[in-house]
Design a protein around this ligand. Sequence first.
Ligand code: NAD
Length: 322
Amino acid sequence: MRGKFCVIGGGSMIGSTLVDHLVADPEVESVRVLDAFFADDNRGNLADALATGKVDLVEGDIRNREQLREHLAGMDGVFNLAAVMSLDGAGKNEWMWTVNADGFFNIVDVARELGIPRVVTSSSAAVYGELPSDELCREDVPLRPSTVYGATKAACEMLASAYSASQGVSTAVLRYGVVYGPRLHRRAKSSLVISDVIDALLRGERPTVIGDGTQVCDWVYVGDVARANIAAMQSDSTGEVFNVGTGGRRTVAEVIDVIYRLLGVDGQPPIFEPAPEGVRYNQNIMSPEKSEQILGFRAETSLEEGIVAQIKFQRSQLSTQS
Ligand SMILES: NC(=O)c1ccc[n+]([C@@H]2O[C@H](COP(=O)([O-])OP(=O)(O)OC[C@H]3O[C@@H](n4cnc5c(N)ncnc54)[C@H](O)[C@@H]3O)[C@@H](O)[C@H]2O)c1
């Protein structure tokens, strides 16, 4: 893929993995990472990419249009991964709105001003709300988000549609399932199960899991999500929304079984604890059909392969800590 690209929120698990994929493409001229680096240990995610000399890193906040104007100038495309999520109650609602929705407005509007042709942005299965769990979510069902985070993402989707239709910025929106893999940080509540269980077992402790194990999720590996972003940037589609999931239905208990098996742990079953008030797991399973047909994207990493990679990462983290 030819050109200069900016990855906003590029310090994140998904953003930094995308940066690794971009620098590996000889046609990509340069990659700029713009991140506020609010998440404490994010910079380390970019160590390998920075060592290639193809990446420059700027600290910036998407709520600040001046910074966006300065740092997005000259880009051929922008990937937006920056967002905040909290399930901790209404006190964080305004923060989520100003970062996720106002911040995305700034990005697409500055892209319009600067004549940047394409913006790919990250949405979530949370926009669907709580659909019956036996239903596969297709992109064209009405959106009924049940969390403020989901609503901020739905608002971004509407903006992306409008900027494609009438403002000269071609957009693609990617709705991710529950993303896991190396660099998943411990505050990622939606994917907490995998990193927490691996962490406890590696330390020889008994894991605690929120819920009763019966929740289903569409777990999707971070490397696949990075590939979906690149496919979306290259696509001729405009103003479209794509699911990025596997379409597979695995319960939390099944995922935990896989981790136990891969770590060779027998015994010490997890302690299941009721979810705190207001914490909702996204149980939406997404149809992969449209992204396969239009983007040519299909998630390829099996849960087992993905968990092996995550175990390897967490093991290396533990050994550098000790
Ligand atoms: N992880 C998942 O399971 C999942 C699922 C669905 C959607 N998503 C979306 O994918 C994207 C990346 O998710 P993730 O889990 O890899 O990372 P994350 O959500 O943990 O991190 C987001 C990044 O955005 C940056 N950021 C936050 N506020 C900012 C601001 N005001 N200005 C600039 N940067 C800011 C943070 O420093 C961080 O690097 C997010 O948009 C998220 O909403 C993630």
